[in-house]
Design a protein around this ligand. Structure first.
Ligand SMILES: [Zn+2]
Length: 324
């Protein structure tokens, strides 16, 4: 017995009915807003490929953080554009580095905001790779030493969560050990566990000045064709002490988000990356799509796939739309 008794359209007739039976309600409680910190004062430079996203000095970051807080968004993630770059990305460790100073500013202002920091070397190395080089190769174990020092310096500055994005093997364990040794056992690690080697990162490289100067990142980021490997990466990060695992990018990897959500009992984050943002912005500027409708649909899709936490450049817009 199906039609004419079963009529799914009965529940779609009015917005009241649709709303009553809606399976998922988009909320901003899991959103994280990414921000780019640069040196200087009163610097606010829009990233041309990412309208509405700025490279900003710490004072301006603080101003925008006030806005983010007032919109009810729970957290931000900071990326640093340092004053100087070198082969080892040493400026990422400085107590007065761009990210460290931005964290301190936000914490001093006592904003009700989680401050998450991206932990990686690509913004700080002159060659733009996420690790240090030896004979033209990105070497793993020397890199995780520096990364764990960087995570420690972020924790010292007041970071609430550290988020390693480099995809080196063993870095979560190295960071956990380093943090614990210095009494930061309560600082959680959000691991970029399944980070794919993706063309969707294009605009970010302009935003973070982090394009590799030679070669690509295929020797450490994951092959887009692989799903089982993502589960292995997540399992390893959890064994090493990750508290939250992330899938990045989001839209071409919704199946991975769902697989991770179904197999592991930890919070799952997804990064709605720069290219995903820029495509929406570009199409909206041409009036080819309805921006608000498309953004809400995308974020609903990412949450429906299983991500409790979504890092997205759309966070402020979404907060405004959901408030209205
Ligand atoms: Zn990197």
């Amino acid at each position: 017995m199906s039609f004419p008794v079963d009529r799914p359209r009965r529940l779609r007739r009015t917005e009241k009915l649709r709303s009553l039976v809606r399976e998922r309600r988009l909320s901003i409680t899991g959103l994280v807003y990414p921000m780019f910190v640069c040196p200087g004062k009163k610097v606010r430079h829009e990233v041309s490929s990412m309208p509405g996203v700025f490279q900003q000095s710490a004072d301006q970051i603080l101003e925008e953080c006030r806005e983010v807080e007032s919109l009810g968004i729970p957290g931000v993630i900071l990326f640093g554009l340092p004053e100087s770059k070198d082969p080892q990305g040493k400026s990422s460790l400085a107590a007065d580095g761009v990210v460290q100073r931005a964290i301190e500013g936000i914490k001093k202002a006592k904003l009700d905001l989680l401050v998450i920091t991206d932990v990686c070397l690509c913004e700080y190395t002159d060659h733009g790779h996420c690790g240090v080089l030896e004979n033209g190769e990105i070497v793993n174990d020397a890199t995780i030493e520096i990364l764990s020092e960087q995570a420690l310096s972020h924790a010292r500055a007041g970071a609430d969560i550290v988020a390693p994005s480099d995809m080196m093997d063993g870095r979560v364990g190295a960071i956990r050990t380093k943090l614990d040794k210095h009494k930061f056992e309560n600082v959680p690690i959000m691991a970029y566990s399944a980070k794919y080697c993706s063309g969707f990162y294009g605009p970010f490289r302009e935003a973070a000045h982090s394009a590799p100067q030679f070669g690509d990142r295929r020797s450490y980021q994951m092959d887009p064709a692989n799903a089982h490997e993502a589960l292995r990466e997540v399992a390893l990060d959890l064994e090493e002490g990750a508290d939250i695992v992330m899938v990045k990018p989001a839209l071409a990897y919704l199946d991975i988000i769902r697989m991770v959500r179904d197999r592991f009992n930890v919070p799952v984050a997804a990064y709605n990356v720069s290219g995903e943002y820029s495509m929406v912005k570009a199409a909206a500027r041409n009036n080819w799509i309805d921006e608000k409708r498309v953004v809400l649909e995308i974020l609903t899709g990412i949450q429906r796939a299983g991500a409790e936490i979504v890092l997205t450049y759309h966070a402020k817009d979404v907060a405004r739309w959901l408030k209205a």
